[in-house]
Design a protein around this ligand. Structure first.
Ligand code: COA
Ligand code: ZN
Length: 327
């Protein structure tokens, strides 16, 4: 039987997005030094990747207007890849001056969400990102593309699987290393996730594929199981379940990293994430952002954090047990 000490089975790559997806949606501006300290602490937890910040317009995302200082201020840990979000050429130029390991380019699979979030249509975004890819390719910086609203759009509803596959195909032809399927507003459901993941694995087996779930409707861990069943081994998640896109109505927290790691480890997967250390970081988030966070495992304790039986009942219980054993 699996337990929280071993894991030890198939490797799952955990990618922490709290410093970017988490903080972009907070009302308070977390001071730069605190952001750097958060990334440095997360770097000690065993993540495969940390998304540090985003090089978006400071008018669009004021909470992350200190992207350069944060990226240049962090202490890098060997084995951790440092990624940043990039929406356009200007963002790419800024990011490339900051020693990033990965540029995470972003556009939406839905026309109206793309327009709301990035102020342009999908084709305009695709053209800009194509130029960014041409510029970065050949450097040491890896390229990932995050497709927002891949499982549903808050304005249009269903986003056809075909149009998601089509954008994956076009980006794959440009030679990107990876693609992230983002459930930006928690509209995905498990059978839908399994269907899309199966197609992506079948037609693009060489692409590094990440699933990015939000828990807006309580389905994020169920969706994770569906993705795992199709062989997905990379997940974005956010400590404390922080996160959300400010330009998607109703968007709320990402799947909570410590809850996901807790589940995966119990199931025997190997995440390499130090769960107690991560839970400590999660407990500290409230003082950083000024409100409680949503993680279940931090609230309830891990499955193996057992409780002492009330003393008044323990004597009776032991007596009953002894009597049973004597029979
Ligand atoms: N970094 C810094 N500044 C940028 C920038 C970038 N990546 N891209 C544009 N700007 C600046 C321009 O220089 C211009 O500045 P000015 O007003 O002082 O002249 C201003 O922003 C507007 O530029 P424009 O090209 O017209 O951009 P826009 O207003 O159409 O916005 C985006 C387009 C993509 C820059 C903006 O919508 C954005 O950053 N969106 C990100 C949304 C996001 O991160 N959502 C959450 C993640 S999914
Ligand atoms: Zn997100």
């Amino acid at each position: 039987m699996s337990n929280l000490k071993t894991g030890g089975g198939k490797r799952i790559f955990m990618q922490e997005v709290c410093p970017r997806d988490g903080l972009q949606n907070e009302a308070v501006f977390v001071p730069t030094a605190e952001k750097i300290a958060l990334v440095n602490r997360l770097s000690q937890c065993g993540f495969a990747k940390v998304e540090v910040t985003s090089f978006t317009s400071p008018k669009a995302i004021p909470a992350l207007s200190d992207a350069e200082e944060v990226m240049k201020g962090i202490r890098r840990t060997e084995g951790v890849e440092y990624s940043v979000l990039v929406p356009n050429m200007r963002g790419a130029e800024r990011a490339m001056a900051c020693q990033i390991d990965e540029a995470n380019l972003v556009m939406s699979a839905s026309e109206s969400h793309n327009f709301t979030n990035l102020r342009m249509g999908r084709e305009a975004s695709f053209n800009q990102l194509s130029q960014v890819i041409a510029e970065i390719k050949g450097s040491e910086v890896a390229i990932n593309v995050s497709l927002s609203a891949a499982f549903g759009c808050p304005f249009e509803g269903d986003v056809p699987e075909n149009s998601v596959m089509n954008f994956i195909d076009r980006f794959a032809s440009l030679g990107v290393r990876g693609i992230t399927l983002c459930d930006t507003t928690g509209m995905a459901y498990p059978t839908q996730v399994a269907s899309l993941c199966q197609k992506v694995k079948k037609y693009f087996p060489e692409l590094e594929t990440t699933l990015h779930f939000h828990d807006t409707r309580g389905l994020a861990l169920a969706n994770t199981l569906a993705a795992l069943s199709e062989g997905i081994d990379r997940f974005d998640a956010s400590t404390g379940g922080l996160g959300g896109c400010p330009y998607a109505p109703g968007a709320s927290g990402n799947v909570c990293t410590e809850d996901m790691v807790h589940m995966l480890t119990l199931m025997g997967y190997e995440t390499q994430v130090d769960l107690p250390r991560l839970m400590g970081i999660s407990r500290g988030l409230a003082s950083l952002i000024g409100h409680e966070v949503h993680g279940s495992v931090v609230r309830a304790g891990k499955r193996d954090d057992l409780h002492v039986m009330p003393e008044s009942l323990e004597q009776n219980f032991n007596a009953c047990r002894q009597a049973r054993e004597q029979v």
